[in-house]
Design a protein around this ligand. Structure first.
Ligand SMILES: C[S@@+](CC[C@H](N)C(=O)[O-])C[C@H]1O[C@@H](n2cnc3c(N)ncnc32)[C@H](O)[C@@H]1O
Length: 254
């Protein structure tokens, strides 16, 4: 049976690629690059450098164009209309991956930023391809260092208080749901500096952008003291580079 590897490659530092990921990459004949048409060149360069360094065998790169997604429907994962739009988009991506896989031979590989388990649709799409039952293959997930771990390491911190949980969410959800007392929330996918909209003087933030990359920046402190510094820094970095990826932990004192 054909095989597909879904390989986490870490969140930006090529040295985060694990030995297990290298061993998997070395078995791959064809790498599928899904939906990265508009991706920032620097992110493409990280992947290219990883392949150049670790994959000596001849291999093919097949780019899979992203089908357009309806971004006119607002909402979040809690909202049926929004979920419908995302599911429809996943189905169309599944059709395209299925076709690309069917048209090639050998072991397949998909490199996933960070780890495939967090805010990434690759595994859902691969499952959809299998459910369609037009092609059959076995697939294996190779874990990667997530941006969550990269943030924790950069700040040399434990993500939660002793014996307490940590909650992972998006900027949109943070704005909608706020932050409960004693809660530690890790916020990803926040293009709107949503932390500025969380009320209270008892908040602390650990923020990081471009983690593991040459432009890595981190800031920490009481939220009300450092928030405008982060907002200004974020805007300036974004302006200079044309894009930004950032993540933060927000915690309310007990
Ligand atoms: C589509 S999600 C993918 C997450 C990825 N699967 C992971 O494990 O980190 C993209 C979000 O991850 C976070 N992110 C990924 N890489 C990052 C990095 N190097 N520095 C800061 N944030 C990062 C940001 O919150 C960004 O908006």
């Amino acid at each position: 049976m054909r095989k597909l590897f879904v390989i986490g490659i870490g969140a930006g530092d090529p040295d985060q690629v694990t030995v297990q990921a290298i061993k998997a990459m070395r078995q791959v004949d064809v790498f599928f690059v899904i939906g990265k048409g508009a991706e920032k060149q620097e992110l493409v360069d990280v992947r290219t450098a990883i392949l150049a360094e670790h994959v000596p065998q001849p291999h093919r790169l097949v780019e899979i164009a992203d089908p357009p997604r309806d971004r006119t429907v607002p909402g979040s994962g809690a909202d049926a209309a929004y979920r419908g739009v995302v599911e429809d988009w996943h189905e169309r991506r599944a059709e395209i991956l299925e076709q690309a896989f069917a048209e090639t031979d050998g072991v397949g590989g998909i490199l996933v930023w960070g780890d495939p388990s967090l805010y990434d649709s690759t595994l859902r799409i691969v499952e959809r391809v299998l459910e369609r039952e037009r092609i059959h293959f076995d697939y294996q997930v190779i874990p990667g260092i997530t941006s969550v771990q990269a943030l924790a390491a950069a700040h040399r911190m434990v993500l939660h208080e002793i014996g307490e949980p940590v909650h992972i969410t998006t900027g949109r959800r943070l704005r909608e749901e706020g932050l409960a007392a004693g809660q530690s929330s890790l916020v990803m996918l926040d293009g709107d500096t949503s932390f500025t909209e969380v009320p209270g003087d008892d908040l602390y933030i650990w923020w990081g952008a471009y983690l593991g990359m040459p432009d890595e920046v981190i800031v920490e402190g009481p939220l009300r003291v450092v928030e405008q510094r982060i907002v200004r820094r974020r805007a300036a970095l974004r302006e200079r580079k044309g894009w930004i990826m950032d993540i933060y932990l927000l915690r309310r004192a007990k």
